[in-house]
Write a protein that binds this ligand. Structure first.
Ligand SMILES: C[S@@+](CC[C@H](N)C(=O)[O-])C[C@H]1O[C@@H](n2cnc3c(N)ncnc32)[C@H](O)[C@@H]1O
Length: 212
């Protein structure tokens, strides 16, 4: 495993390379359909504060009406943000460069926090989920679209072989969502956990924050 700063630095480099072509892979075909599935039943209420963590090129932003809410997207990569800013330049969406593992927002700031394909990318997914929960208001929701290792199973030998190689491309195929939740389960309750793509490898998870 790389250390914290090395991994952040590596992600910056790797997502600089991904930025110009990212949407061709992860916002088309199966991925686009999966995103549609994740967001089509989400009711985006008016006048809410919504945070997109690791917003990337803004692939998720297409799926709701951003004029009715205050929307902020954060990302660590200048180049990914540049793509999003360019696509959504005629909207009031605010884009900020920020580390998802150390957000510059006060506690209880957002009604909805969305994290697509980001817990599998940051160095410390546990810290990232903690931050998502910290900036979320009580009774607020987190929506996660990401790939996790299968529930209740050990990583397959193939996954173990390819994990370090795929990690170099900027993502981890071996994150266990259930372990992440363990560290945060005093305030977080899973309300939905649905297979959206590739036999359950990619899931939609909806979490609610409530009192301890
Ligand atoms: C696989 S992309 C997902 C982008 C977008 N959410 C989507 O669904 O297409 C991962 C994103 O996380 C960003 N990222 C990586 N490390 C980060 C960090 N520490 N803080 C914030 N964003 C980070 C990358 O720059 C990249 O844009």
């Amino acid at each position: 495993m790389m250390d914290f700063n090395t991994k952040n630095h590596w992600n910056k480099t790797i997502y600089k390379m991904w930025a110009p072509v990212y949407d061709n892979f992860f916002n088309s075909g199966k991925f686009r359909n999966a995103r549609k599935r994740v967001f089509e039943n989400v009711i985006f209420e008016k006048n809410k504060k919504i945070l997109f963590v690791g917003v990337g090129t803004g692939a998720d932003l297409e799926w709701f009406n951003h004029l009715e809410s205050t929307v902020i997207g954060i990302d660590y990569s200048t180049e990914m943000l540049k793509q999003a800013k360019n696509k959504f330049k005629d909207t009031p969406i605010k884009f900020l460069q920020m580390d998802a593992q150390n957000m510059q927002f006060p506690n209880d700031s957002f009604d909805l926090v969305i994290g697509s394909l980001v817990l599998s990318v940051v160095q410390d997914a546990n810290l990232c989920l903690k931050e998502m929960a910290r900036v979320l208001k009580l009774e607020g929701h987190i929506i996660i679209f990401d790939k996790f290792s299968p529930k209740g199973k050990n990583l397959s030998p193939l996954t173990r072989i390819f994990r370090p190689i795929i990690m170099l491309l900027g993502t981890d195929i071996g994150v266990k969502f259930e372990s992440l939740l363990e560290g945060n389960n005093k305030t977080l309750t899973v309300q939905e956990d649905e297979d959206v793509m590739f036999n359950g490898m990619y899931r939609k998870i909806v979490i609610k924050k409530s009192h301890h």
